[in-house]
Design a protein around this ligand. Structure first.
Ligand SMILES: [Zn+2]
Length: 354
């Protein structure tokens, strides 16, 4: 396993056709297929959006839909039954290649040799007479040489070739690659849709209150919420509540940050959800019930709303910082230092005056 890449359990769709797509991705696929049918789908597509939305899944299903032999304009691509779909489902379609960081030897990078192989493949004529499709996920792992060797093909691909790239960190992508792609940004689904989907997955997620908390911990991203429930349940969330309690009582933010240094994105999402709920309560608006009543009251009492709001806004900066290859520990510490300042404003100003 490459450094920095957690062993993650991924949600695996059931089914071979488009029924495998979660409800928030189906309209995205339709939009892209409509462009394709009109001959307006750009040959190099960059899917972006937060981790846990299903970019990888959409990239894969779009590739299968482009290679599906069902009649153009038919809404049910990929159909799951034609010869093209059978080949893609079996992982053996001769006109589809998927590229990602593969071995520990490559240190989690997509290396130049892999891209050269891909470019060679894309310049062969399609074996089944249709499109040739390449999927590169997560494309921010292309190292510099690999990215450079892809530029010419990105700019002037052979006829019938489509490249589908996806990343949650487009800031890590060389501008030369980004500028040659059409960006298609996925937005998070409405909360109710994400919760409904999560509940329907069963196996420990069928309690709406539990689904709500997992969604909050995952910043509203349904696939991440599913993963949270599979991997650690709600322990991380419960632990974070304890940490907030300790911080408001004068706990050491740097020490509290230690447990999150490997998952700073998860921390940022969970803190954002909790701060948003505290702000709702502070302003007398209906909250999502993410904090036990007594803890919420205690935190709202001890903090100033301005300070909570400030900490909330700063999370956006910390999250943008995570686009860069940065020490996760530093990001976690920065988040906890802001939290400590927000939850203990009186103590902070006393210290400043001293
Ligand atoms: Zn098909």
């Amino acid at each position: 396993m490459a450094e920095g890449a957690r062993a993650q359990q991924e949600w695996v769709p059931t089914g071979q056709g488009r029924e495998q797509l979660p409800p928030w991705l189906a309209p995205e696929l339709d939009r892209l297929l409509t462009l394709y049918d009109q001959g307006r789908l750009h040959h190099a597509l960059l899917l972006t959006g937060r981790t846990g939305l299903g970019k990888r899944l959409l990239a894969g299903v779009l590739a299968r839909a482009l290679l599906c032999l069902a009649t153009e304009g038919q809404p049910q691509r990929p159909c799951g039954t034609c010869r093209g779909c059978q080949l893609t489902a079996g992982g053996g379609h001769p006109d589809l290649r998927t590229l990602g960081p593969s071995s520990a030897r490559e240190r989690g990078e997509i290396v130049v040799d892999s891209v050269r192989g891909l470019v060679e493949f894309l310049h062969l004529s399609a074996q089944r007479g249709g499109s040739r499709v390449a999927v590169i996920v997560p494309c921010d792992r292309l190292n510099r040489a690999a990215a450079n060797s892809l530029l010419k093909t990105l700019e002037e691909p052979p006829a019938g070739v489509f490249l589908i790239l996806a990343t949650g960190r487009p800031g890590r992508l060389p501008p030369t690659v980004r500028s040659r792609c059409t960006v298609h940004r996925l937005a998070p689904p409405p909360w109710a849709m994400a919760r409904q989907w999560l509940v329907e997955q069963g196996t420990g997620t069928d309690d709406p209150a539990r689904a709500d908390k997992a969604l909050a911990l995952a910043g509203g991203m349904p696939l991440s919420a599913w993963q949270v429930l599979q991997e650690q349940g709600l322990e991380g969330y419960e632990a974070l509540l304890q940490q907030l309690h300790r911080l408001s009582a004068g706990g050491d933010p740097v020490k509290e940050a230690e447990t999150w240094e490997r998952t700073p994105e998860l921390l940022a999402d969970a803190v954002a959800a909790i701060l948003a709920d505290l702000l709702r309560q502070g302003h007398g608006a209906p909250d999502r019930g993410l904090l036990p009543g007594t803890l919420a009251q205690q935190l709202v009492r001890s903090a100033s709303l301005d300070a909570l709001h400030h900490a909330f806004l700063r999370l956006g900066e910390h999250r943008r910082g995570l686009d860069q290859p940065l020490n996760g520990r530093l990001a976690a510490e920065a988040i906890f230092l802001d939290l400590a300042a927000a939850l203990r404003p009186a103590r902070q100003s006393a210290a400043r005056q001293a």
